[in-house]
Design a protein around this ligand. Structure first.
Ligand code: HEC
Ligand code: HEC
Ligand code: HEC
Ligand code: HEC
Length: 454
């Protein structure tokens, strides 16, 4: 009997000590906030002693001093301004300084710029330009999620060029004998080291698969009702909870996870957040695949993408709800639609006809057949003469795509000559030529086809 008591005392003492030294155990007192009706256990638990540390993690960078209004437009001073074309030079420069502090404080301006030519496009600058559009899009069109608090580059980047929370699609998990495990039993941080599928993101944050466990029908079949979608749904929910530092009851009444009437308002905000993340991944990050510095991609060749943790980083609201946007309202503007420079008319210079094309287009200028007429007359007068067509394209953008474009433009001109009665075999197509002089940007003169008759 006595021995029994001593043994249990030792056991209790051992367990208490083990509990105290284990990571993840927090000593009382804790603070709790009620999220739903009394008695439902819908409470958020907070440790007041971690507040100072969390505040330090979410400290805001200094605000770059405001610049006086007025001054010339950035587009009138700089050569290659495609997105910030609604800013004055002062505001433009202020934003460049802020962006450097938010994204590349160690590397400075040269992370994105070629110091000898600020107008030249580098891979980082091309990504950053799209990021500017993405940030404006979030602030202007996703107020259902970000409200007026909004986001800046800092919300995700926190002073580093690659945000600390990004994800790629994972290669299928297969073994020689076990077959495809659908990503299960490969503990991953994204799903709290559980045995849940390790990549719920491809289903739900890149594709728009239904996030469902409960079925609306008896004996359900098909998409959104399988065990796999249940497991992936729980995987995503673990990620959401971790990213926000929140319990499931921050959004759900666990009596019925699916019931919206007994869910909290935060669940509706989260619903919009899921749609926002899908939109940003599909329309901004995915199309940048292969365009990141180093051409970095995931194991399946996809672009790095974002999830809830990219902005939230463990808090209910990113940066503890502070708004940096109010100091940089230009990041909420929609911007002027970039007006494409008009395509110049076709010209005849000496013996050569030059036909210009609109950006990314193979459509012939309306005046092209008229300008080509003079060559057609020459070709008809001399049955031995041939037309030679050379396509030029700019050195910016995707080289293979540009070559294809130049080839198709040359074919369009060949088609015009054919329509005027010149047989195809009298037209020589030369290899496309890269216009090196145009590395700086969108010079419409680079997008051209030249035709001579020899
Ligand atoms: C995170 C990337 C990034 C950093 C860092 C950065 N810039 Fe830029 N910069 C851009 C982008 C993107 C554009 C083009 C904006 C557009 O198209 O609307 C640009 C354009 C410019 C231009 C206009 C060039 C022209 O003639 O078209 C100047 C000048 C400039 N930046 C200066 C700076 C300076 C100075 C710094 C450092 C204080 C800096 N930038 C830091 C991304 C960056
Ligand atoms: C919603 C989150 C988010 C916001 C806001 C955001 N970015 Fe990004 N950014 C990303 C993600 C995700 C990547 C891809 C990470 C990678 O490159 O591996 C990225 C990549 C980049 C890169 C390429 C870095 C590299 O070396 O691969 C640059 C440059 C960049 N962002 C600049 C900016 C600028 C400038 C802004 C503000 C105008 C901005 N970003 C706003 C999420 C964001
Ligand atoms: C920040 C809010 C939030 C948190 C925290 C959260 N969820 Fe969810 N949950 C949602 C939203 C939003 C949906 C519906 C998504 C949709 O339909 O696109 C959902 C859907 C679900 C569903 C599917 C319900 C159905 O219709 O079949 C289950 C089950 C679920 N959550 C469980 C959990 C669990 C378990 C946790 C804790 C690990 C959790 N959730 C944490 C917001 C949240
Ligand atoms: C582009 C950055 C960004 C991303 C990505 C993002 N959020 Fe948010 N979220 C915010 C901002 C900013 C707020 C604060 C809005 C406000 O002040 O009301 C917020 C607020 C919320 C809230 C309300 C919190 C509260 O205390 O009321 C929830 C819930 C939430 N987000 C869930 C999510 C979920 C779930 C995801 C991933 C599917 C997600 N967020 C992805 C920026 C983001």
């Amino acid at each position: 009997m006595k021995l029994g008591i001593s043994l249990s005392l030792i056991a209790v003492l051992f367990l208490t000590i083990a509990m105290l030294v284990r990571a993840g155990w927090e000593r009382p007192p804790m603070e709790s906030t009620q999220q739903g009706y009394r008695g439902l256990g819908m409470v958020e638990i907070d440790n007041p002693r971690t507040q100072a540390a969390r505040a330090a993690l979410n400290q805001l960078p200094d605000v770059v001093p405001a610049v006086p209004a007025g001054g010339p437009a950035a587009t009138s001073v700089y050569k290659n301004v495609q997105v910030l074309n609604d800013l004055g030079v002062g505001e433009f420069t202020r934003l460049m300084v802020a962006m450097t502090a938010w994204v590349s404080p160690q590397e400075g301006c040269n992370y994105c710029h070629n110091p000898s030519d600020l107008a030249a496009d580098t891979p980082a600058k091309v990504v950053a330009r799209r990021m500017l559009q993405m940030t404006r899009h979030v602030n202007a069109d996703w107020k259902t999620h970000v409200a007026d608090t909004g986001v800046t580059c800092y919300t995700c980047h926190r002073g580093q060029p690659v945000p600390s929370n990004v994800w790629y699609t994972q290669a299928p998990q297969g073994g020689a004998f076990a077959g495809n495990r659908a990503g299960q039993n490969a503990p991953a941080k994204a799903v709290g080291f559980t045995s849940l599928p390790l990549d719920p993101f491809s289903h739900f944050l890149a594709n728009g698969d239904e996030i469902r466990v409960q079925s609306a029908a008896a004996l359900p079949a098909g998409r959104g009702n399988s065990i796999q979608s249940t497991e992936a749904t729980y995987g995503l929910m673990v990620h959401i909870s971790q990213s926000l530092g929140a319990n499931c009851t921050f959004c759900h009444n666990t009596r019925s996870f699916f019931d919206w009437d007994s869910s909290t308002p935060q669940r509706a905000t989260a619903w919009h957040g899921i749609r926002m993340v899908r939109d940003l991944n599909a329309n901004y990050l995915e199309p940048l695949a292969g365009k990141f510095p180093d051409g970095r991609t995931g194991p399946l060749g996809d672009a790095p993408k974002l999830n809830c943790a990219t902005c939230h980083q463990g808090e209910h609201k990113p940066l503890l709800g502070a708004s940096m946007l109010k100091d940089y309202p230009v990041l909420a503007a929609v911007g002027k639609l970039a007006v494409a420079a008009p395509t110049p008319e076709p010209v005849l210079i000496g013996e050569t006809v030059i036909i210009f094309f609109a950006l990314d287009s193979v459509a012939l200028h309306d005046a092209a057949p008229r300008t080509l007429e003079i060559l057609v007359v020459k070709l008809k007068a001399n049955p031995k003469a041939r037309a030679t067509i050379s396509g030029y394209h700019s050195a910016t953008g995707d080289a293979a795509h540009n070559r294809e474009l130049a080839k198709n433009r040359a074919l369009a001109v060949q088609g015009a000559l054919k329509a005027a009665g010149i047989a195809e075999n009298r037209v020589v197509l030369e290899k496309p030529v890269v216009e090196q002089a145009n590395v700086a940007g969108e010079d419409p003169k680079a997008r051209r086809v030249e035709v001579v008759v020899k």
